[in-house]
Write a protein of this length. Structure first.
Length: 88
């Protein structure tokens, strides 16, 4: 199952949560509001022995290790959707 929310659905949900949390003192319609989020992309490479051979697990699959990461910032605009996938 998947649930898709567009920008306006998400803004309505955020406004409802903020109204509940702050007793209705925040109105997003009269203020500028921007949604941004940050993701982390990991740099995965095959793990190697000292002699340069690739490490394999007991099933013969390559073992990977994380050697670095890169952070990305994105803005959620009115053309974007958020999709949540839920297993049955």
């Amino acid at each position: 199952m998947q649930v898709t929310l567009n920008y306006y659905d998400l803004m309505d949900a955020i406004e409802k949560k903020l109204n509940d949390a702050f007793d209705g003192s925040i109105d997003l319609d009269t203020r500028e509001c921007e949604i941004s989020f940050e993701t982390t992309e990991y740099d995965r490479q095959p793990k190697k022995h000292k002699n340069g051979r690739i490490v394999k697990n007991e099933y013969g699959h390559t073992v990977y290790e994380i050697v670095g990461s890169k952070k990305q910032n994105y803005n959620f605009t009115d053309n974007d959707d958020l999709t949540i996938y839920i297993s049955p």
